[in-house]
Design a protein around this ligand. Structure first.
Ligand SMILES: [Ca+2]
Ligand SMILES: [Ca+2]
Length: 160
């Protein structure tokens, strides 16, 4: 049975149990992440066990019905560093136009930037993918580097 199906069945059971005006019940279900996913706010996160090149990392997340992580605040970054990895790929690249960085939360363009001083440096003319460094700020590195990966997906929203 797929993870999605199991989660769907759990949600359905909870939904049936929670009919009948139990308000606390409804509130506790909203935003629950699937098993093996960690929650922060309205997002769910999962780390991959393998270090991967950027394009493969992005693809692996899509295979799991998620996207490559794109933290948009210091608070979110701290949660990820404390609970997942201290260093990981983020969904930012300048592969299409050198120096023009595209950061995306799924398909939504993200304005937030947190480059380390002196970055992005495009060192040796071949740094087109962004890594969140242990200090919490960003650096551009070669996309073929093998780096830890975190995937994200929205927390399911169940309305009663
Ligand atoms: Ca570049
Ligand atoms: Ca760099």
């Amino acid at each position: 049975m797929s993870e999605r199906l199991i989660f769907g069945l759990i949600s359905l059971c909870l939904m049936i149990r929670c009919t009948g005006g139990n308000e606390r019940c409804g509130a506790s279900i909203r935003g629950a992440c699937p098993p093996a996913w960690s929650q922060w706010g309205d997002k769910c996160y999962k780390k991959l066990s393998e270090k991967l090149p950027w394009a493969e990392a992005k693809q692996e997340c899509i295979k799991m019905g998620s996207v490559l992580v794109m933290p948009q605040s210091q608070e979110e970054t701290e949660f990820l560093q404390n609970n997942m990895y201290s260093r990981f790929w983020i969904n930012c690249n300048d592969l299409h136009v050198e120096g023009s960085w595209m950061c995306q939360d799924g398909t939504t363009y993200v304005e937030y930037r947190n480059w380390k001083e002196g970055e992005p440096s495009n060192s040796w003319g071949k740094e087109d993918c962004a890594v969140l460094s242990p200090a919490g700020d960003w650096n551009d590195v070669p996309c073929e580097n093998h780096v830890p990966t975190i995937c994200q997906r929205p927390a399911p929203q169940l309305h009663f």
